[in-house]
Ligand binder design. Structure first.
Ligand SMILES: Nc1ncnc2c1ncn2[C@@H]1O[C@H](COP(=O)(O)OP(=O)(O)OP(=O)(O)O)[C@@H](O)[C@H]1O
Ligand SMILES: [Mg+2]
Length: 586
């Protein structure tokens, strides 16, 4: 019913369009009457002893033309208003679904799959939109022609009613049968479209891999297979409807023959005129035509309903990660408190929704405000998973994470995320200019601030030698930049945000050690007192941090300064020896 609420906004168009349709259908119903009169009075002259009246033929003919024009005009206006309502409605639904998708947690988006979400926002919205415009236009027309046709025909001669009474149930059975067969197929059809979209997306995104491993033919085959699946389903629906049309036509033609037969008997008995029979033939075609059109409408209803359900599924999904109601402004004056914030993990356990094992196990660590802490651990040890709990990209399974002493679940998400800035492991770069990419950190920043952030991130150098500098367009996913350049643009963005907590998740892995060192030195000057969490594989990247936490298989094994850990932690010494020991000749 949320869709009706959206449609209600455009009620004016949704109401006025059917009114015009009423006009068009009304004109259609008047035509056979005029025709009958032309035949009976103008040509046959039934009430004038068989003397026709050419003047009457001309004036009635002109009236018919006028009705056609009026009908056409009404139909045109109905179309215009129905489309305004449907397009605006579709636009609003699309916006709402998109907004909802943006609010979902990573796990929820993964559950839907990207391909399916794209189909829903595009194709499903179009189906629903078609349903609206079809209902506004088709419903009234069909209804008026059906009921009006029956009334008009019966008013000509009640005997014609026998034919309608026989044909109607037959057609109804036919329609119900086909629709009940077709309806379930529409949901299947949309889900096949999802699969197709997923395959397409993976291949276009991963085309470098596809090409590098010469997998074009294998992937094309996979695509063709999915595509065939879609076509087969689509064909089976179309096939169903192609059986229906001839059956409907047969019933229709038999009915016309029956009308002629009934009419002939009645004309013979002087109970009807030839004009009446002609009008009745037109009416029965209109009535049965209306029923046939009804099947089209029902088809778009069941298709639209399937799409509506899929859209509703998205709209009814509440984000797993919800706002808390802690008012940050009370405590800090403003959300943008310039000082660093403390972060504390307290007996944190974490597992991914669809995985069996805990990734983080009983992890407790307090990071003081203003501290720079390095997190070191083997690949897959849970470093990214751990820091993702701070801005609540995921929620802990047990235990709690505190920022500034407040459980992260108590913050409003926007407040929490305003406090935390993250440069992710895979630097996400958007297809926009370098400046726009950096500005995502803080929209309100000035050009000077953007330049400064990029200087701190050691990105200014490579940006300024580009012909368009900051205004250089970056290809989708940053494909026109080198790995290290992408990372530095992403770091510039994270720095510009000027948040209380800065997290680098392996964000400097593609930088050489010298550049990395310069970056950290510049960062210290740029924003002293910021809490920083630096994940790295290389011990050299974190050696100068205030403290280093060593994580192994989701558990904290040691924490302390470089000197302390060299003393106390065999795990740390192992890593040190394997990375730097030999290089130093020790
Ligand atoms: N979205 C996910 N769903 C299920 N399991 C996941 C998900 N993301 C990561 N994992 C699993 O969680 C474990 C820890 O992954 P995580 O990304 O935290 O490791 P990491 O220490 O950051 O590794 P790396 O140094 O390679 O980045 C891995 O075994 C991984 O397979
Ligand atoms: Mg990681």
């Amino acid at each position: 019913m949320r869709f009706l609420k959206i449609l209600k906004k455009y009620w004016f168009y949704a109401v006025i369009a059917p009114l015009f349709m009423l006009g068009e259908a009304g004109m259609d119903l008047l035509q056979p009457r005029l025709m009958a009169k032309i035949v009976d009075e103008g040509v046959l002259g039934i009430s004038n002893n068989g003397v026709g009246d050419i003047g009457l033929v001309i004036s009635l003919g002109l009236r018919m033309i006028l009705f056609v024009v009026l009908g056409g005009l009404s139909g045109f206006l109905c179309g215009v208003f129905a489309n305004i309502a449907a397009q605006n409605f579709g636009n609003d639904v699309r916006k709402e679904v998109f907004k909802r998708v943006m609010s979902l947690s990573f796990e929820q988006t993964d559950d839907f799959t990207t391909g399916s979400l794209i189909t829903r926002i595009t194709n499903d919205v179009t189906q629903l939109q078609n349903l609206v415009s079809m209902s506004i236009r088709g419903f009234i027309r069909t209804f008026v022609l059906f009921i009006g046709g029956i009334i008009c025909m019966l008013s000509l001669n009640l005997n014609f009613g026998v034919v309608v009474a026989c044909a109607f149930p037959l057609i109804l059975i036919c329609v119900v049968f086909f629709l009940s067969k077709a309806s379930p197929k529409f949901t299947v059809l949309q889900s096949k479209l999802d699969t197709l979209n997923n395959v397409m997306q993976e291949n276009i995104n991963g085309q470098r891999v596809v090409k590098a491993y010469v997998r074009e033919s294998a992937e094309t085959e996979r695509f063709e297979h999915t595509n065939k699946d879609l076509i087969d389903t689509q064909l089976s629906v179309l096939l169903l409807f192609s059986y229906m049309t001839p059956i409907m036509n047969i019933i229709m033609n038999i009915s016309v023959v029956a009308i002629i037969k009934v009419g002939a008997v009645n004309v013979e008995n002087m109970a009807a005129t030839p004009g009446d029979v002609m009008a009745a033939i037109t009416y029965i075609s209109q009535i049965l035509g209306a029923i046939t059109r009804m099947t089209m409408i029902f088809q778009s209803i069941s298709r639209g309903a399937a799409s509506g359900r899929r859209l509703d599924e998205v709209l009814a999904t509440d984000s797993l990660i919800r706002d808390g109601n802690y008012d940050t402004s009370v405590k800090n004056g403003t959300v943008e408190n310039p000082a660093g914030a403390s972060v504390e993990f307290k007996n944190v356990y974490f597992k991914y929704e669809n995985a069996a094992d805990m990734i983080i196990k009983d992890f407790s660590l307090k990071i003081e405000a203003g501290e720079t802490i390095g997190i070191l651990g083997a690949t897959g040890s849970g470093k990214s998973s751990l820091v993702n709990l701070i801005p609540r990209f995921y929620d802990v399974s047990e235990g709690a994470v505190y920022v500034d002493g407040v459980d992260v679940k108590d913050y409003r998400l926007s407040d929490l995320r305003a406090m935390v800035s993250t440069a992710l492991q895979n630097s996400e770069i958007f297809s926009a200019t370098i400046r726009e990419n950096i500005l995502m950190g803080r929209e309100s920043a000035t050009d000077d601030e953007v330049a400064e952030a990029s200087r701190v991130a050691q990105a200014y150098g490579f940006i300024s030698v580009k012909e368009d500098g900051m205004d250089t367009k970056v290809a989708q996913r940053g494909r026109s930049l080198s790995g290290g350049q992408k990372q530095r643009v992403a770091i510039s963005r994270a720095i510009l945000k000027n948040a209380r907590i800065l997290i680098f998740d392996d964000a400097t892995s593609a930088l050489d050690l010298k550049t990395e060192k310069e970056l950290y030195e510049a960062l210290d000057k740029y924003k002293p007192g910021q809490t920083r969490i630096i994940i790295a594989q290389r011990i050299a990247s974190v050696m100068n941090a205030d403290r280093i936490a060593v994580i192994d298989n989701g558990e904290l094994v040691a924490a302390g300064s470089h000197a302390e850990l060299m003393e106390s932690s065999p795990e740390y010494r192992d890593i040190y020896d394997s990375q730097l020991g030999e290089a130093n000749g020790e």
